[in-house]
Design a protein around this ligand. Sequence first.
Ligand code: AKG
Length: 337
Amino acid sequence: MDPNRASARLCVLLRHLRCRSAGTVIAHHTSGVGSLASFHPQQFQYTRENNVLSLEQRKFYEENGFLVIKNLVSDADIQRFRNEFERICREEVKPFGLSVMRDVTITKSEYVPSEKLVSKVQDFQEDEELFRYCTLPEILKYVECFTGPNIMAMHTMLINKPPDSGKKTSRHPLHQDLHYFPFRPSNSIVCAWTAMEHIDRNNGCLVVLPGTHKGSLQPHDYPQWEGGVNIMFHGIQDYDKNNARVHLVMEKGDTVFFHPLLIHGSGRNKSQGFRKAISCHFADANCHYIDVEGTSQENIAKEIVNMASKMYGLNDITMKDVWTFRGRVVKGERINL
Ligand SMILES: O=C(O)CCC(=O)C(=O)O
């Protein structure tokens, strides 16, 4: 586009954005929690320049650390993920490397393979059908706005939040996903989380604390919950209780992209159904591994390495080995990770 025309267009767009946002705080998760008046593209640090995100969307992510894209994943794809999840739960397929988790309230004696006993499957990088989620062009198109063109799928999950037993164990405590990751920089990592059905406060939607991605990684540990806590569900130890909270009510196929420092969690599932979502953490293949020994991440690193050692019967694996094994390139080339 001719530079004069481009700058004229930008001015019109800016005027439009400034008018829309003047003095308003809109209680909708894709709209401006913050004002758009201070737009300075050169100050963007959480999003990259390309033609996918509008200025408004970039600004929103920069200020809030998340962005919801409506209706991104098709019903047909979601049905395929659901079918594959059910096959895994019935133990008809056992993808290598996959962890199958149960809610802490489910005792071993109840065990009969069924989707009612599985609260989450993670690390489905070897399951062709579920891993299709991480390669969907409509997902990667947005992921690239945060990671750049060389994209690694690092961590995959299908979460089947069970109806709460009354002990409130279906809650996911507030946390920052970076706590689990031994790679940086954080601004080159993004989570895509897709609702596999209508999700609201009744069945335990995501809750996010807008703007907290601008802070630093905080210490995490198991919360002191009376009814018990699920394995690896570390919660943030200290955060600003006055920070606004936004509950993300989403429809099937809606996808939220969020920064790994954004404080988030999810509520109790008060419905009778199993609330499903599929997600992947993506990272720029140029990210590098860090040594988390002696940092606040040491506690989770020990748990992750112990779990992987038991699973593969190996004694001397490291956090870096675990993540190198989990990671798959989904666009461009594999570089450091
Ligand atoms: O899906 C959920 O309930 C929460 C997922 C989440 O925050 C996570 O696994 O990091």
